[in-house]
Structures are given as C-alpha cells and as structure tokens.
Ligand binder design. Structure first.
Ligand code: ZN
Ligand code: ZN
Length: 316
C-alpha cells in the first residue's frame, strides 16, 4: 500500500493562498486589508507576493505585523528576470524568501540585457530557502522547453484563479503532466494571484498538512509536497492498494486518476465520498495524480504519487 505523504504526515490541514498582490505593486488593496480579507474568509495563512521589480521598489512586504492568533503569513514575492521563449518576462513565484533577498536587475515588466535568466533567479530563490513555483503557464504562453528550464522549481501552478477569471487562461495541468512524464518530481499548487481588481480571489488554494500553523512548518511541508490544492472539494485520503487508487473526499461527482500519456480513468456518480479507481489504464506510468470534481464543477487536485519501481511489470 502506498499512501501520499500529505495523508500520512502528522498534523492537520491548513488552508492558504500562496500568490497575492497588494498596492505595494499592481494590486488594489493595502497589505493589511488583503490579510484581513483572507483571514475573514477562513484562511489560516497567506503569502503576499508582490511583483519584485524596480518600478515598485523591489517589494518584499513585511507581513509579520499582520500575523495574529489563528492566522499567519509567509514572506514572498513574484520574481521577474530574463525572457521566456516568446520574448516576454519570466514570472516565478517564490514563497518563504528572506526579507533581505537581493534585488534583481529588473526595472519594469520588460526583459532587459544583463539580467539573470528565469532559471537563475529561480535557483537563487531556492538557495535562499524559498518554495518556488512556475507561475500561470498557460497565461504566460510557456513552452515545454521554458518550463523544463526551471530546474529549481518545487511546483507548477496547476490552477491560477486570477488568470482563469480574468482571461480564461488559468490552466497548468497540461504542462505539469508533461514535466511529470519526464520524471520531474513536481508538486501542483492552486493559487488566486489576487489583485482585487477583478473577481480574482478566494478561488484556488492549498491545504497544507503540518503540525502547526507556523511559517517554518508550513514552508517545510510545502517543500515536501505534503498538501493538496482545491477550488472547494476536500481530499481526505489517497492511497494505492494493489492496482486500485482509493480516494476519500467530500461529496463529489467524479474522481479521476491520471498518469502519463492517455492513461486516465474516472469513477462517476452522486455524492461520492469514497472511490476505488482501477488503474489498468495507467499501466506503466511511474506517477499518478488524482482530481476530485464536485457537482458545481469545482476541483481538488492531489500531488503526484510516485510508484516504486517494480510495482508494474512494464517498469521492469
Ligand atoms: Zn504573474
Ligand atoms: Zn501574480
């Protein structure tokens, strides 16, 4: 039996948004009001991640004063440096940065000569202790080669609510699946990317399993992949027994297991809270992940489970 570590690690789940902007860059609300709203909506933690570029004074907003009983914050920023294949500036999410993270050579939203590349600034953030994610792949127009180049990334945004609400380009699952198929052990995060200029908030979050709602514990759990992502549904367990994935969840209409290539299988019904998904269609895939979809079409996504070599005869 293989159980995803998010469901075997000690502690409880804490709900947080990892990608948010304030008026310290191009968001509408003050950092204090952003934190107040997330707390009022029942979030346990928030990472404020303003655009780390010169025109905003390289903000790495000190949200420590906004911490209170039952609500904490992680310091972070959205990093920008270097050009993607399409010539546009990289967007890389970094959560858990130190307050003195050195400025980039990026003054505006346009790439300029002499900057670090995207892969370089991502690696610098990881070296400084951050959890790093490839932001909004669909909206950015990332190629697979672009995404592949961010070797330091811990995660990909499988869903960016701001990009979905603002311009119907919120998806990251396609490119994430291709990277997983190349053997990259990435996690999958849903985020808001809220600016509060559109209905771009409270639509995608992570549920992080940790023993305490404290920054260091949350950051360590994020790096381990001890979380799942959601727009609403809860995932309570994901385990593999033999050739079956067993999923326990809040009431759902579909539970889907996915692996490489066309390998996918759904179980459908009414108010499903426990599903047994046969994995015959995922034969040979060294990884699998689970989507849970509720009657309103809202999704939750597990992180990938990596199956031990030899579980499947085609793995040799
Ligand atoms: Zn962005
Ligand atoms: Zn953003």
């Amino acid at each position: 039996m293989t159980r995803h570590s998010a469901f075997s690690a000690p502690g409880r789940f804490w709900r947080g948004n990892l990608h948010t902007h304030s008026d310290r860059s191009d968001g509408v609300l003050s950092p204090e009001e952003v934190c107040r709203r997330y707390r009022a909506e029942g979030y346990d933690f928030l990472a404020l991640t303003d655009h780390f570029i010169g025109m905003y004074g390289f903000p790495l907003v000190d949200t420590v004063p906004m911490r209170s009983d039952g609500f904490t914050t992680l310091l972070g920023a959205e990093l920008h440096s270097g050009a993607q294949k399409n010539g546009e500036l990289w967007h890389i999410l970094a959560v858990g940065l130190p307050a003195d993270f050195a400025a980039a050579k990026t003054m505006s939203f346009v790439p300029e000569p002499g900057q670090e590349t995207g892969p370089e600034i991502a690696a610098r953030a990881v070296a400084a202790g951050a959890f790093v994610a490839i932001a909004h792949p669909q909206w950015s127009g990332l190629t697979l080669e672009d995404a592949r180049s961010i070797r330091a990334a811990h995660a990909v945004e499988i869903y960016n609510h701001g990009c979905a609400a603002g311009c119907d380009r919120g998806d990251g699952a396609g490119i994430a699946d291709l990277l997983l198929t190349e053997g990259r052990k990435l996690s999958l995060i849903a985020t808001d990317d809220a600016h509060f200029s559109e209905p771009d908030h409270f639509g995608g979050w992570v549920m992080v399993k940790a023993e305490a709602n404290e920054p260091e514990a949350l950051l360590a759990a994020l790096k381990r992949g001890d979380f799942y992502s959601s727009q609403g549904p809860e995932i309570r367990d994901v385990r593999i027994e033999g050739n079956t994935a067993i999923v326990e969840c809040s009431a759902a209409t579909s539970v889907v297991a996915m692996g490489w290539g066309t390998g996918a299988k759904g179980v459908h019904g009414h108010s499903i809270t426990r599903a047994e998904v046969p994995l015959d269609r995922l034969l040979g895939s060294p990884w699998l992940r689970i989507s849970v979809i509720d009657a309103a079409g809202r999704r939750a996504w597990s992180n990938p489970i990596w199956r031990a070599a030899g579980v499947n005869p085609r793995l040799g």
